[in-house]
Design a protein around this ligand. Structure first.
Ligand code: NIG
Ligand code: FE
Length: 402
């Protein structure tokens, strides 16, 4: 690690979170922040205070923000992957007690240390691909103590590695078997015990729900949103992934930061999100792995100017993929995003989906979470699927991968 002193990157092409700036820039960082940025042609030797890194025309982007992951879990679901290839659907596996519930069994059995050890390599894979901020959800514990265990692991991951972690309570991910036939009682457990405890112990920044036929109804999600709001936690939703229950519009009515998946979102839902400023989080990894065919309404989202984020959804079932740059590729090939939209979706818009609009951009005053890539144009990040292009990862002004 280099020391956290003044540093200067000369001759970099800057993608600032929205667009590529039109000439090579020099970027100065001091004390964890970007403190200056100007065209390299105006560079004078007097500018060179502190360490000077030659950008050599590489592309500098904000550090990537992976705004939707389920990184903390035990076990794997390779067997279920094989079943799906033989034609069994995700929903059928879930109804038979597999899917999310099989990861719940493994995660309940795992100690906090074992969960941490299982999750660290996945986090390291994200960091090696340029991630500097990651959201991590609970949702494989489904008891008070197991949900808190997962959230503690999420927080500890952020202490062990140079990365910002936001933690989201996803108690309403699936109905645990001990509550079979008593979903409303389980929702009461989420509202009356999990949310107050997670908020009280500072273990969660947001609350998420799985609003779906195989998850929770809009009415149940609404109870959870009310409890989240009462405890000052932000709101997110897994919505319109397999069907349209109006979960995104509901979330938007509660001022949600984001509605995620949204393949089945309709125009009324898009309008509600636009009005509320709710970010659309696209998860092309889950779409790809589940071999979905219903596309999210990208043109409507563009038309209503709903910001689109792109995330890995890293999880053992629908997206066992810890490579955010692959998500940029999939967002383009599967959803027809432009490479610029995909990259904005993994930086500025993803930060907004976490309620952290000060991240995911390169500007004077912004946090110096940066990536320097060995590529000639930002579109290459989405175009080619290739590791090893990250020359430097800068976290809070410190070079942590080189
Ligand atoms: O984002 N849709 C629900 N939740 C996850 C999948 C979790 C799992 O299958 O383990 C998702 O796709
Ligand atoms: Fe998810």
């Amino acid at each position: 690690m280099h020391s956290n002193s003044k540093q200067l990157w000369r001759d970099v092409q800057v993608f600032d979170g929205q667009a590529l700036l039109d000439e090579a820039m020099t970027v100065r960082v001091d004390d964890g922040r970007v403190v200056g940025m100007w065209p390299s042609r105006a560079f004078t030797e007097a500018d060179a205070q502190g360490a000077v890194e030659a950008g050599q025309g590489g592309v500098m982007t904000p550090g990537l923000v992976d705004c939707h992951t389920h990184l903390v879990y035990a076990g794997d679901r390779a067997g279920e992957f094989e079943q799906r290839l033989e034609g069994v659907s995700y929903a059928e596996i879930a109804k038979a007690g597999g899917g999310i519930l099989s990861t719940v069994r493994a995660t309940r059995e795992a100690s906090e240390e074992a969960l941490l050890a299982a999750s660290l390599p996945r986090l390291d894979a994200l960091l090696a691909d340029g991630v500097t901020t990651v959201e991590i959800k609970s949702g494989y514990g489904l008891t008070l103590s197991d949900e808190l265990k997962m959230l503690r692991v999420a927080r500890r991951l952020g202490e062990l590695r140079p990365v910002r972690v936001t933690a989201t309570l996803l108690g309403a991910h699936a109905l645990p078997p001990e509550y079979a036939g008593r979903a409303d009682d389980y929702v009461s457990l989420v509202c009356d015990e999990m949310i107050p405890a997670a908020a009280g112990e500072g273990l969660a920044d947001a609350v998420d729900v799985f609003c779906e036929g195989i998850g929770f109804s809009p009415a149940q999600c609404e109870r959870i949103y009310q409890a989240a709001q009462a405890h000052g936690l932000a709101i997110k939703a897994h919505a319109e992934q397999l069907s349209n229950l109006g979960g995104s519009a509901l979330a938007a009515r509660y001022g949600a930061l984001s509605a995620d998946h949204i393949e089945y979102l309709d125009e009324a839902g898009v309008r509600a999100m636009a009005e509320a400023g709710t970010v659309a989080v696209l998860l092309p990894g889950a779409f790809h792995v589940l071999r979905e065919t219903q596309l999210p309404p990208i043109d409507l989202l563009r038309q209503y100017q709903v910001p689109m984020a792109v995330a890995s959804d890293a999880n053992p079932g629908t997206s066992p993929i810890c490579m955010p740059s692959l998500m940029a590729n999939l967002a383009c090939t599967l959803f027809r995003l432009t490479p610029r939209e995909a990259l904005a979706g993994m930086t500025a818009h993803a930060a907004r989906a976490l309620g952290l609009p000060e991240l995911g951009r390169i500007a004077v005053g912004a946090a110096a979470d940066l990536c320097l890539w060995d590529i000639q144009h930002p579109a290459e990040l989405a175009y080619a699927v290739q590791s090893g292009r990250l020359r430097q990862r800068i976290f809070n002004g410190v070079i942590t991968h080189a």
